[in-house]
Ligand binder design. Structure first.
Ligand code: NIG
Ligand code: FE
Length: 430
């Protein structure tokens, strides 16, 4: 099936998530469900979504030649937009399995970083890794994400902290986009950690990034966003403001790792500069979260990171009740969260953030698309959008958080092409 022309019909629930911008507060409960639904994808784009009888009658009435179309009968299955994982660090060398065992014995994540491990250890491994090695491991990771129903993923640089390796990471993401059906949205995160030689001279490091890396990243179109680890002992609020403001002048859209380990004021900064998203927010203040909601900044929550760090969960319920737009993502990376599991994200969001199944679906689809400034293109089953779809093996979206830690995804369709099928192993996986 390679044409990008596809009819999916008889779905027990067509969960459209209909919308073209982030859903806030109570809107997050609206999934736009159509019982016995159908979706038609023509040349990679959705042309119809509605009740099966009505859609099939409309196709007939229009006199279209249906011979190029494949058909999938989704009886007894829920059909949703492909999931969007809007926060990952997926291109890196090496692993931190040994560090994980230190953390299990009680060492802190930031303590390991302070003595040259953590992110800095992955920086050393990523500098050593060849493009081919990074691409090969990237393909494997994308395959695994596809299995969980992810059709678009964000990926950050930040394991180079020098010009060459930061650019290498972003070029590998471009190569992954050529080689793999899952789409990678690249983010420049040169301000991910401070090298020992820049300790106490963080502003000099930012000067270097702004003079020698950001212009190349922007002019070559290697990244769409600029992110910063706004954190105690990493980059201050003032430094993050300076970097992101300058990066915006170069055309990169702002994102932040905000209030992850301590309450520094990252949420407030995100609202002030109009960031597209602020992520983590474990320790964000009430005022910061309210300001973000008012400014329309998407709050991207990463429950598997809180789980893996044994930190308290971000206050998702409070954010939605305050009228905010919440997205959920995995934060897949070798250190704080070595997991690309969407089902685990969904389960933890339900159990420990008190999000409802409806809010979780919104947070993994249209709101995650908004966190990547792509809500007009993906994240819902609206005509005109890209034909990115998941078919569950169960009749309802409610199984997503309910089946704890287990993927309910049976088929994945990217731009109208079947790219993963759980029951035809080896055939369609890339
Ligand atoms: O989102 N906090 C900073 N960055 C990542 C972790 C990266 C790493 O540990 O390699 C995060 O938690
Ligand atoms: Fe992260």
């Amino acid at each position: 099936m390679m044409t990008g022309n596809l009819i999916i019909k008889n779905a027990s629930e067509l969960v459209t998530c209909s919308g073209f911008s982030a859903k806030k507060g109570m809107e997050m409960s609206e999934l736009g469900i159509i019982a016995d639904g159908a979706v038609v994808i023509e040349q990679g784009k959705i042309s119809h979504a509605g009740g099966t009888a009505a859609v099939m009658a409309e196709l007939k009435r229009s006199g279209r030649d249906l011979s190029p179309f494949e058909t999938i009968d989704a009886a007894g299955k829920a059909v949703l937009p492909g999931f969007v994982d809007s926060h990952t660090h997926l291109v890196f060398g090496g692993d931190r399995a040994e560090e994980y065992s230190w953390r299990l014995k009680g060492e802190s994540y930031m303590g390991i970083l302070q003595r040259g491990g953590g992110i800095l250890s992955t920086v050393r491994a990523t500098r050593r890794a060849s493009r081919e090695e990074l691409t090969a491991s990237g393909v494997k990771r994308l395959d695994s994400m596809l299995f969980f129903g992810v059709t678009t993923v964000e990926g950050k640089s930040g394991y180079g902290l020098d010009r060459e390796t930061e650019i290498k990471q972003l070029e590998v993401m471009a190569e992954l986009n050529r080689r793999h059906p899952l789409e990678v949205v690249p983010t420049f995160m040169g301000a991910h950690a401070v090298l020992p030689e820049y300790k106490g001279r963080e502003d000099d490091y930012l000067d270097f990034l702004l003079a020698e890396v950001v212009p190349e990243v922007a002019t070559r179109g290697l990244a769409e966003f600029c992110d910063v680890f706004c954190e105690q002992n990493v980059f201050s609020v003032a430094q993050s403001r300076r970097l992101l403001t300058k990066a915006m002048e170069s055309g990169l859209k702002p994102k932040l790792h905000a209030d992850e380990i301590v309450r520094l004021g990252g949420a407030e900064l995100a609202a002030e500069i109009g960031a597209v998203s602020a992520d983590h927010l474990l320790h964000a203040s009430d005022e910061g979260l309210r300001a973000m909601a008012a400014a329309g900044v998407v709050a991207t929550l990463l429950p598997t990171t809180a789980f893996s760090l044994r930190e308290p969960y971000a206050r998702g319920r409070f954010m939605i009740d305050a009228g905010g737009a919440v997205a959920l993502a995995t934060d897949f990376n070798p250190g704080s969260c070595f997991s690309e599991s969407i089902p685990l994200v969904a389960a933890l969001a339900a159990l420990y953030m008190s999000l409802t199944p409806e809010e979780i679906v919104t947070a993994l689809t249209i709101n995650a698309a908004a966190a990547l400034d792509r809500a007009a293109l993906i994240g819902s089953l609206d005509p005109g959008k890209q034909g990115d779809v998941v078919i569950l093996e169960n009749p309802s979206y409610r199984f997503i958080p309910y089946h704890l830690g287990v993927s309910t995804v049976e088929k994945v369709i990217k731009k109208g092409v079947l790219v993963f099928d759980k029951f035809r192993k080896g055939e369609c996986r890339c």
